[in-house]
Design a protein around this ligand. Structure first.
Ligand code: 13P
Length: 249
């Protein structure tokens, strides 16, 4: 049975004091849930969040990492560094990394390999831009992002891969993909996986939706058969909203 997951991507928000406050609120609210719950604070606050949530069900994950183990990469953080503060899961390929930091499919494939080599789980993100959808090219774009980033892996590796479909036009815009648009794309993604790795692998991989998920729309989106949860941006920064989304399961 594939897992249901709600993960909060805090992006470049919350300093240490704000992290302490939000983590304390989340810990009070979320002590049992029908899904896995994760939060991704910024690098500087991972250790604090990990310590504060040691006895909680909430997993602390990272927003990015470099593909090298160590070395002359000023400003970067490696898988082993993340692991040393307790992080076991990393988000890779977010559209903001692709757009603002020029992360290419080739680079992301290397990051995926580095994370898996370090026994970490990957939440691999992808999604089309508005122009792609208008041109009805969204499935091609998403298909090629998945193939280029992941299809060098063997089927066993997919035990540690979670997919996150995040249409760029729905991120931080308040405009959500309709539940039907999300379901159609998630079904396409599962079909793409099945064609390469077979039904068994495809049916076990969790596929999250991300893009303006809120307490008010989460239940309907998550009720779709191929939507296994959400990657949440803005609404993950308020304990009540995040809790409202977790409760949708
Ligand atoms: P919003 O929920 O703010 O649209 O962000 C989604 C996202 O990018 C999560 O990674």
């Amino acid at each position: 049975m594939r897992k249901n997951i709600v993960a909060g991507n805090w992006k470049m928000n919350n300093d240490l004091a704000e992290t302490q406050t939000l983590v304390t609120e989340l810990k009070m609210h979320i002590n049992s849930s029908n899904c896995e719950v994760m939060i991704a604070p910024t690098f500087t606050n991972l250790w604090h969040a990990f310590e504060a949530l040691r006895t909680s069900k909430i997993e602390v994950i990272a927003q990015n990492m470099h593909f090298a183990d160590n070395g002359a990469y000023t400003g970067e953080v490696s898988a082993s560094m993340l692991k040393s503060v307790g992080v076991k899961t990393v988000i890779l390929g977010h559209s903001e990394r692709r757009a603002y930091f020029n992360e290419t499919d080739e680079m992301l494939a290397k990051k995926v390999d580095a994370a898996l080599k370090n026994n970490m789980r990957v939440i691999f993100c992808f999604g089309e831009e508005l122009a792609d959808r208008k041109a009805k090219n969204h499935e091609n774009i998403v298909g090629s992002q998945i193939k280029n980033g992941l299809f060098h892996l063997n089927s066993a590796a997919f035990k540690n891969i979670v997919l996150a479909y995040e249409p760029v036009w729905a991120i931080g815009t308040g405009e959500t993909a309709s539940p039907e648009q999300a379901q159609d794309m998630h079904a396409f993604i599962r079909k793409t996986l099945a064609a390469k790795y077979g039904d068994e692998v495809a049916n076990e991989v969790s596929i999250l939706y991300g893009g303006s998920v809120k307490p008010g729309n989460a239940k309907e989106i998550f009720s779709k058969p191929d939507v296994d949860g959400g990657l949440i941006g803005g609404a993950a920064l308020k304990a009540d909203d995040f809790f409202g989304i977790v409760k949708a399961f």
